[in-house]
Structure formats: C-alpha cells, structure tokens
Design a protein around this ligand. Structure first.
Ligand code: AP5
Length: 220
C-alpha cells in the first residue's frame, strides 16, 4: 500500500506517517527529514539547502525528484510507503507518476489533512523532538510522559527546528497555498483524494485514516 499525506506545514503529516509505519509496517519517506539529514551532514549542498529551508521556500524540483527516486528503489519500500512532504509541486507529482509507472507501483490513497491556517502556528511553535532518537512531541498536544525525558529512548536532550518560527511558518504556508494546494484537484481527478479533518485530536485523525484504509481492504 502506497500513500501520500498532503497538507500544510504542521497539519500532522509526520505524526500520521509514524502511525502508518507502526500499524502497517510502511516505510516513511519524509523529504523534510531527508533534507535535514543532508544539512546535518555538513555537506556543501547541505548548506545551500539550509538557506532555502530557512527562507521557507521550496527546494528545486530536480533535487527533490532525484532524492525520492533513489529512496523509492530501496528494499523497505517493497512493503509499501508513506510519502510525507512529497510531492509539493505539479512537477514533482508528474515525476512521481512516471517513476511509479517505471517501478510498476501505484498510489492507493492520497490523504489530505485539512487544517485551518490559524491553528498551524500554535502547532508548529509547540513542536519539539528528541535530539537522540528523533521522537516527536508537542508542548501541549503531546508532551513527554515524564517531564524532560524522551518516552522512546530516555534521553533528556531535545531540539526545535530552525524553520519553526512565526515568520518562516508564514512563508511556508504561502508556498503551500501557491505551489502544493493545486495538487488537491490533481489527485481528485485521479479518484485518489480523500480528505480528513486534521483539526481533530491526533487519535481521531489516526482513526479516520485507518477507517479509510479498511474501507479498501484489497489495497492493504
Ligand atoms: P517538512 O519537514 O516537510 O515540513 P512541513 O511540510 O512544513 O511540515 P511539518 O513537518 O512542519 O509538519 P507536519 O505536517 O509533518 O506536522 P507534524 O506531524 O510534525 O519541510 C521542511 C522544508 O523542507 C520545507 O519548508 C521546504 O523548504 C523543504 N522541503 C521538504 N520537502 C520538499 C519538497 N518535496 N519540495 C521542495 N521542498 C521541500 O505536527 C506538527 C505538530 O503538531 C507536532 O508537534 C505534533 O505533535 C502536533 N500535532 C500533530 N497532529 C495534531 C493534532 N491532530 N492535534 C494537535 N496537535 C497535533
């Protein structure tokens, strides 16, 4: 089963992609995580990427397409994958169609997490993650069980993303509406788009996604 999660910054794509990995063993293909790993590696391309991301702009299509093309061919994608953060432009969507056809793969669902812009800034400004294992949290919506200790690995070190500030979030939202939202009608036309209320509590969003998947058991 291959799924795209579509939605604005902070809509919950990463959170729900983790759920799909946990429940269905699907590989999580997060382009944001891949780009941040490249930045953290200290490579020359990493510093160019960091500049683009800190401006809240999209990285050029050719870089993103090459990144996903290489990732989709890895063996763990044979169990199915969730795309979190890709495609983000019509060019990326067309390239994805081509690469899936070449790999004799197809998309099963494109799930939109619909969230109003006004609540996204709160969501993003409260987000933090474990600096050791990467587990994600939120100051109010998903705190650690024991204060200051990661539930997953016990580390006491946490970090916040450099692009999670109000000014950059506003630019990321603008980029979403101008460049990514046109993908909603693109996938609707293909009969793949399903929309869920991304403003519901996390567990309810998860339940809605699982219901959509269970309604088409042949695709699992
Ligand atoms: P990326 O890392 O993909 O960021 P994004 O799309 O802006 O999405 P986020 O990771 O901010 O949010 P999310 O939807 O995953 O929400 P999350 O689950 O964390 O991209 C970063 C940058 O990289 C881009 O700006 C761009 O420069 C570049 N880039 C990446 N891909 C690219 C591409 N394909 N092309 C070009 N450039 C690209 O949730 C957010 C918070 O809310 C968390 O704290 C979570 O705990 C909480 N939360 C989640 N769900 C709920 C809920 N239902 N209720 C309450 N709280 C919730």
């Amino acid at each position: 089963m291959n799924i795209i999660l579509l939605g604005p910054p902070g809509a919950g794509k990463g959170t729900q992609a983790d759920m799909l990995t946990e429940h269905y063993g699907m590989a999580k293909l997060s382009t944001g995580d891949m780009l941040r790993a490249e930045v953290a590696s200290g490579s020359a391309i990493g510093s160019k990427l960091q500049a683009i991301m800190s401006r809240g702009e999209l990285v050029p299509d050719d870089i993103m397409i090459d990144m996903i093309r290489a990732r989709i061919q890895k063996p763990d994608c044979g169990n199915g994958f969730t795309l979190d953060g890709f495609p983000r432009t019509e060019g990326q969507a067309a390239a994805l169609d081509e690469m899936l056809a070449k790999e004799k793969k197809s998309l099963d669902f494109v799930i939109e997490l619909a969230v109003d812009d006004k609540i996204l800034v709160d969501r993003i400004s409260g987000r933090f993650s474990c600096a050791k294992c990467g587990a994600g949290y939120h100051d109010h919506f998903k705190p650690t069980k024991a204060s200051g200790i990661c539930d997953a690995c016990g580390s006491a070190e946490f970090s916040r993303r450099a692009d999670d500030n109000a000014e950059t979030v506003a630019k990321r939202l603008k980029a979403y509406h101008a460049q990514t939202a046109p993908l909603l009608p693109y996938y609707k036309k293909k009969g793949l788009l399903v929309s869920v209320d991304g403003m519901a509590p996390m567990e309810d969003v998860t339940a809605s996604i699982r219901k959509i998947i269970m309604s088409q058991p042949s695709r699992i």
